[in-house]
Ligand binder design. Structure first.
Ligand SMILES: Nc1nc2c(c(=O)[nH]1)N[C@H]1C(S)=C(S)[C@@H](COP(=O)(O)OP(=O)(O)OC[C@H]3O[C@@H](n4cnc5c(=O)[nH]c(N)nc54)[C@H](O)[C@@H]3O)O[C@H]1N2
Ligand SMILES: Nc1nc2c(c(=O)[nH]1)N[C@H]1C(S)=C(S)[C@@H](COP(=O)(O)OP(=O)(O)OC[C@H]3O[C@@H](n4cnc5c(=O)[nH]c(N)nc54)[C@H](O)[C@@H]3O)O[C@H]1N2
Ligand code: SF4
Ligand SMILES: [Mo]
Length: 757
């Protein structure tokens, strides 16, 4: 396979493992990105040996990207965790499950007894199943009663969640993938679907080929979508708000509006129009770096197009004023009436395979069924259903940023990390790793070693994708099944079982006594009855038969492809996920006049470059899976920094030369990749690479040494895409010396922990 082909994300081939080599094919769903492709996992003699795409799957219709194709190789890997471990001094030793679970229960109980609800917390990932999220949130809110419950979606979708709630009342994403097939304009705003959602990119390209759809991209980088777009708005990092105001300004000035829709279905238009009037194209050009003529052209393309979908992702969520950006994207669609009809939606691409599942059952501070934790009626419904006192349910949760501050203050003593790798993915790793070191840390993961486990006091081995049954919800609200095809390795147990067993040690076993995942699903779906994400018509058999179902799906239904098809939104106080300004008595959508404030950190004399971080097609997140797949690891074995040729020439940096990237928080040393993908004055570092696992400690390469703890004030989401840095040329022979501690035996270390790192 040519590298260029791989990088374009257009590879959709069947690997050709012969049918004869397989005992059976198990229908399941890819466990990586939020696209949710259907595939078959081939099993021979109880082991996974192949993957092939599902030609009937509504999402991907027989195509897969390279991550999906190699996914079977994550199973049976020799570094899969097989036994519980307990720290003794600097080393981890195997212990029995009984011993490990008993101690987890005891530590949680003792912490809460001594320090109150804030003394314990859970921080989990976005690749578990709907049923597992439900169990985690039931345990945290219904049993422990702690406000310290958050997930890595804080780093990922939190701003979209808040933005949808502010515009539409609840976090129910409009749109569906079919819109990408039929829309006359695809506006890709702060996303790179060619690499991150490759099968959706395929659908966009097919639409362009068959129907002549136009593509407009707003991204500081010259990504593949930007290269093939009809119009690339190459805005500066952190300038989403002026760009969107500039578009709205022209839509209003040239009267490309749906005034009837604005009147019937929205509120706040006058305020929005006043705010947008301050952003004529010339001013916007100065703030964003996008030529005024291109801004006008983009607005006309959008306004005159019969339909339009805006797909957005981390260039929005992780940039500055992220929630405000989401609300302006929503407003763009509301004022033009481009929502709730085929080919028209402000459509957030979810990152992780099941990030939306988590949002459905209580992630991000809500209660199951998109309930408002401050609404007494919603609280009573959940408390009564669980049979617990209502006061136990937290009104507000602490996000992971706040949880780490509580650790630093000595108030949060026991932290349970499930299915996420914060020692690589959290911002400001210097600060974050100090807190992981300080707290009593329980880590539940499928691999050992992995970076966060290096800080663990107790390690619990989980069962992963391919080893358990459950539901995962993709970007278009489609509930898909994942299936157990093989047994977990060694003594590893699935997360639902582990959580239920910890609940037993906490004296609440009867609340978690499900014989299997579908029993947990039957319990949780009742909490969605009558809510925007009603799933009461869903069971596993229906999901299997239909290849997934999009909620809402009330009893007797078969799912709903599009939301907001009437001019009605979930903003009525009895329905909405928030109170006050989020409400409208008739269920109208809200247009917000947001203020514009430049990012908190901008390039200056000392740190002259914009620092942009993100991802690439070959790797997934912190690479616990993809670095163990030789075909993928070989393609991109280490981190690097993209530098524009003009800057490289000025700095006299050559292709492949090791340079130091320095920010106010820290530094990394990585080779330079000289490319016009980044604009002059901007650099990009992929965040996939850690530097704590054996074999990787030699290189200080984790992008999050550089990122800071500035967050969006409305969502708490860190700004992984808007910071400043400088590039330092290394003196010959000095690479890796300065700034690192040097151990006597010649092994360089740059992070010293009491836990033995
Ligand atoms: N191969 C692969 N696929 C993945 C993942 C993975 O790790 N690997 N992760 C999954 C997950 S969890 C997620 S969240 C998604 C993320 O998917 P994406 O959001 O598409 O990916 P990113 O690379 O994080 O960022 C997208 C783009 O945002 C641009 N950007 C940066 N700053 C700004 C800005 O201020 N304004 C605008 N308009 N754009 C900006 C960047 O230049 C970048 O090209 O991918 C999912 N899919
Ligand atoms: N600088 C910078 N930082 C970023 C981002 C960025 O763009 N730039 N992006 C952010 C985003 S969008 C995201 S989503 C996060 C992702 O950050 P993380 O959540 O830290 O990334 P993963 O590597 O996916 O971690 C998932 C962990 O769960 C384990 N695991 C997988 N399946 C299971 C399971 O079934 N059970 C259990 N118990 N464990 C399992 C994996 O081995 C892995 O260790 O990173 C964020 N950090
Ligand atoms: S596009 Fe996403 S869901 Fe589909 S195969 Fe690739 S990683 Fe898996
Ligand atoms: Mo994400």
């Amino acid at each position: 396979m040519a590298l260029a082909e791989l990088q374009q994300g257009i590879v959709s081939l069947f690997q050709g493992q012969g049918e004869a080599a397989v005992d059976r094919w198990v229908a399941t769903t890819c466990g990586y990105c939020g696209t949710g492709c259907g595939l078959y996992l081939g099993v021979k003699d109880g082991r996974a040996v192949a993957v092939k795409p599902d030609t009937t799957a509504p999402v991907n219709k027989g195509h897969l990207c390279l991550k999906g194709l190699y996914e079977w190789k994550t199973l049976h890997h020799p570094e899969r965790a097989t036994v519980p471990l307990r720290r003794r001094g600097k080393e981890m030793h195997p212990v029995t499950w009984e011993r490990a679970l008993e101690e987890v229960g005891q530590r949680l109980r003792e912490a809460l007894a001594a320090g109150g609800p804030e003394a314990a917390g859970i921080y989990h990932g976005g690749q578990l199943t709907l049923e597992e999220y439900y169990a985690i949130h039931k345990l945290a809110k219904g049993v422990l009663g702690t406000p310290n419950i958050d997930a890595n979606t804080r780093l990922c979708m939190a701003s979209t969640v808040s933005g949808y709630i502010r515009s539409f009342g609840v976090d129910a994403p409009p749109g569906c993938y079919e819109d990408l097939d039929v829309s006359s304009l695809i506006f890709i705003f702060g996303a790179n679907p060619a690499e991150m959602h490759p099968q959706l990119w395929q659908r966009i390209l097919r639409n362009r080929k068959l129907n002549g759809a136009k593509i407009v991209v707003a991204d500081p980088r010259l990504t593949l979508p930007a290269r093939v777009a009809d119009l690339h708005l190459r805005l500066r990092c952190g300038s989403n708000i002026p760009l969107l105001y500039g578009l709205i300004n022209i839509l209003i000035k040239e009267d490309m509006l749906d005034r009837d829709f604005i009147r019937r279905a929205t509120t706040g238009f006058e305020e929005l129009a006043r705010a947008a009037a301050a952003f004529p194209p010339e001013r916007v050009a100065g703030l964003t770096g996008v030529p005024a003529a291109d801004i006008v052209a983009a607005a006309r393309l959008f306004g005159r197009s019969p339909s339009a979908v805006t797909v957005f992702c981390q260039g929005v969520n992780q940039s500055s004023q992220a929630v405000d950006t989401v609300t302006l994207i929503n407003s763009l669609h509301l004022i033009t009436g481009k929502i709730g009809r085929p080919g028209s939606a402000p459509f957030s691409l979810t990152g992780q395979a099941s990030a939306l599942s988590m949002r459905e059952i209580g992630g991000g501070g809500s209660l199951p069924g998109f309930r408002n934790p401050e609404n007494p009626e919603h609280r009573r419904q959940v408390a009564d259903y669980w049979g617990i006192p209502e006061e136990r349910l937290p009104r507000r949760v602490n996000d992971i940023n706040r949880m780490l501050e509580l650790v630093e203050d000595g108030r949060l003593k026991v932290l349970w990390v499930i299915g996420t790798n914060p020692a690589v993915s959290l911002p400001d790793l210097g600060f974050s790793r100090r807190q992981l070191e300080k707290v009593f840390l329980i880590v539940q993961d499928i691999f050992y070693p992995m970076e966060t486990a290096a800080f663990a006091d107790i390690f619990l081995p989980g069962a992963g994708w391919g080893e358990k049954d459950g539901i995962i919800t993709n970007s278009e609200r489609r509930l898909n099944l994942v299936r157990r095809a093989v047994n977990p390795p060694g003594e590893a147990r699935d997360d639902l079982t582990i959580i239920s067993q910890v609940a037993r040690y906490l004296g609440a076993g009867e609340l978690f006594a499900w014989p299997g995942p579908e029993d947990a699903f039957r319990e949780l779906r009742e909490l969605t009855r009558g809510r925007p994400n009603d799933m009461t018509g869903v069971d596993y058999a229906l999901l299997e038969r239909l290849g997934g179902v999009q909620w809402p799906c009330p009893e007797g239904g078969r799912g709903t492809s599009r939301l907001y098809t009437g001019c009605f939104f979930f903003t009525r106080p009895e329905e909405a996920q928030g109170y006050g300004e989020f409400n409208h008595p008739e269920g109208r959508a809200r247009l917000w006049a947001v203020p514009y404030t430049p990012p908190p950190e901008v390039p200056d004399g000392e740190f002259p470059f914009w620092l942009n971080t993100g991802r690439i097609i070959e790797h997934y997140h912190t690479r616990t899976k993809t670095k163990r797949i030789p075909e993928l690891q070989a393609l991109v074995p280490g981190a690097y920094v993209e530098i524009n040729p003009q800057d490289a020439a000025r700095l006299k940096v050559a292709e492949g030369e090791l340079v130091r990237v320095v920010s106010r928080r820290g530094w990394i040393e990585v080779p330079a990749r000289i490319t016009e993908v980044v604009a002059p004055g901007e650099v990009f570092v992929p965040f996939h690479f850690g530097d704590l696992d054996p074999g990787e400690r030699e290189r200080r390469q984790a992008a999050n040494h550089l990122t800071g703890r500035n967050v969006d004030l409305l969502s708490g989401q860190p700004m992984a895409k808007a910071g400043a840095c400088r590039i330092e040329k290394l003196q010959a022979g000095s690479a890796g010396q300065e700034g690192r501690g040097e151990k006597g035996n010649g092994t360089r270390i740059f992070y010293k922990s009491r836990k033995g790192l």
